[in-house]
Design a protein around this ligand. Structure first.
Ligand code: UD1
Ligand code: CA
Length: 479
């Protein structure tokens, strides 16, 4: 027998109950589409080939595979004539397939890689022709039932709509995951008929056909029935998301991550969090986000594709494709946009937006600023309310602020502009020309005070009365 292994994933159905222009397989579940989770699980069997049967919205599914699983082959099933027909179509396109063939539906994203590995191991060790993954569930409605003999051996699968009263009472269901011997599968698929309630070629019939042909068939009952939950509508999708959230969060906590409130913490399957990181309530960590040890995130923070280095903290903020350096601090209420990069110990305080900019090591932007297309030098101080005017209405321009320079509050830096190392910009300046090292730039109107203006122009107002009292007090004080 060949020791070769392959996987066939069934993904030709549209999933009409999702009521979506997007095929069901591409709906997202904590960082990956449904299909992506199943594909990832198939890695556990180290398959030589992975074949995905596509049909409905094939272009969208194929585009996804091209990007995220370029090794996967696609086989086009023009009409969805049943799961058996789908596998037959795949095998016709892969006539050399030998050894063990795992077949899995593309819409059971909670299947654990280890379970698939175990299924194949048991299948090969026992020398089975077919091993079906089954589960014992409380509510088997709609699913195929596993019919066993009195001695417990598997006889066949019967679909819900073809089942009689006794069969309907069976709670062991077909998960739509199987390990097959390739030769037996090919041979038995050729015998499928459409003599069932749906008039489809049922893959499930291969069980009975193989057994009748004298081959050994068996079932492997999964411990955790949630692993084989399918997804037909968005309510089920939300249910699967909740289960996966629980799994991911439990694993993280066991690995040494503190989650103050796992119930309100949503961490994608694709995210990495190091031991001794602390995640406060209400956070979402998405995509390629990575949080290093000692970092503190939240509460109420979203990180998308964001790197947070050791000991940094991000409080009540939103970050997308940003990097927060070691020991840097962000928030509360700030927004890091793509290519925002904070150096070691940098500070981005409250109500600050940073885009495509580097905030150097130890530099501070503590309050109410917009920093766009800029490089802020190490240890620079950007005071409250500084705006980088990076856009002239047509083009974006870059700004640099040198090492340890000081930008006074409420200044506008009109790009492109270079403010050298060790220089000062006075508060309230509109800077449109460079500043050299050691200089102070003041770019604002000079203050002029008009004595007696209130008495002359606003007589009798509360302001005038206050002024008169204050002037009198001054007189008294001078006596
Ligand atoms: C199938 C099983 C059922 C099992 C259930 C578990 C059959 C006949 N029934 O039923 O025993 O309990 O899964 O969820 O296999 N697909 C194709 N091409 C087709 C038809 C389906 O690629 O022509 C794909 C679908 O996209 C889906 C998978 O196969 O990923 C399962 O198909 P579906 O129609 O959902 O089968 P069920 O009725 O759920
Ligand atoms: Ca299904």
């Amino acid at each position: 027998m060949s020791s070769e292994r392959s996987a066939i994933i069934l993904a030709a159905g549209l999933g009409t109950r999702m009521k979506s222009a997007k095929p069901k397989m591409l709906h997202e579940l904590l960082g990956r589409p449904l299909l992506g989770h199943v594909l990832k699980a198939t890695r556990a069997i180290r398959p030589e080939r992975r074949i995905v049967v596509v049909g409905a919205a094939a272009d969208q599914v194929t585009a996804y595979l091209d990007e995220y699983a370029p090794d996967a082959e696609t086989v086009f099933q023009a009409e969805q004539l049943g799961t058996g027909h789908a596998v037959r179509t795949a095998l016709e396109a892969a006539p050399d397939l030998a050894g063990t063939v795992v077949v899995a539906a593309g819409d059971i994203p909670l299947l654990r890689p280890d379970t698939l590995g175990e299924l194949v191991e048991i299948h090969e060790k026992a020398g089975n022709a077919v091993t079906v993954l089954t589960a014992v569930v409380d509510d088997p409605s709609g699913l195929g039932r596993i019919v066993r003999d009195e001695d417990g051996s598997v006889l066949r699968n019967v679909e819900h709509r073809d089942a009689d009263e006794t069969e309907l009472a069976i709670r062991e269901i077909n998960s739509s995951v199987y390990a097959f011997d390739a030769a037996v599968l090919r041979e038995q698929l050729a015998k499928l008929t459409t003599a069932n309630d749906q008039g489809e070629e049922y893959l499930t019939d291969v069980l009975e056909l193989a057994r009748e042909a004298g081959h050994q068939i068996a079932a492997f009952v999964v411990d955790d029935p949630t692993e084989v939950l399918g997804c037909n509508d968005r309510a089920q999708l939300a249910g699967l998301r909740r289960i996966l959230q629980g799994r991911i969060n439990t694993e993280l906590m066991k690995s040494g991550v503190t989650l103050e409130d796992p119930e309100t913490t949503w961490i994608d399957a694709t995210v990495k969090v190091a031991p001794d990181a602390l995640i406060r309530p209400g956070c979402q960590l998405k995509g390629a986000t990575a949080v290093d040890t000692g970092a503190e995130i939240g509460p109420d923070t979203t990180l998308n594709d964001t790197i947070v280095e050791a000991g940094a903290s991000v409080v009540r903020s939103h970050a997308d494709q940003a990097t927060v350096g070691e020991g840097a601090t962000v928030g509360p209420f700030s927004y890091l946009r793509p290519a925002a990069k904070l150096g070691e110990g940098a500070k981005v305080g409250a109500y600050v937006e940073v885009k495509k900019s580097e905030i150097g090591p130890g530099a501070k932007v503590p309050h109410l600023s917009y920093i766009g297309d800029a490089t802020i030098g190490a240890k620079a101080n950007v005071s409250a309310g500084v705006i980088v005017a990076n856009y002239d209405g047509v083009n974006k321009h870059r700004t640099t602020v040198g090492e340890a320079s000081f930008i006074g509050s409420d200044s506008v830096l009109i790009a492109p502009v270079d403010i050298a190392d060790g220089s000062y910009v006075a508060a309230g300046s509109a800077i449109s020309a460079g500043v050299a090292p050691g200089e102070l730039a003041i770019a604002r109107g000079r203050q002029e005070n008009k004595e007696g203006w209130v008495a002359a122009k606003r007589p009798g107002t509360v302001t005038d009365e206050a002024a008169k009292r204050a002037l009198k007090d001054d007189e008294v004080a001078r006596e």
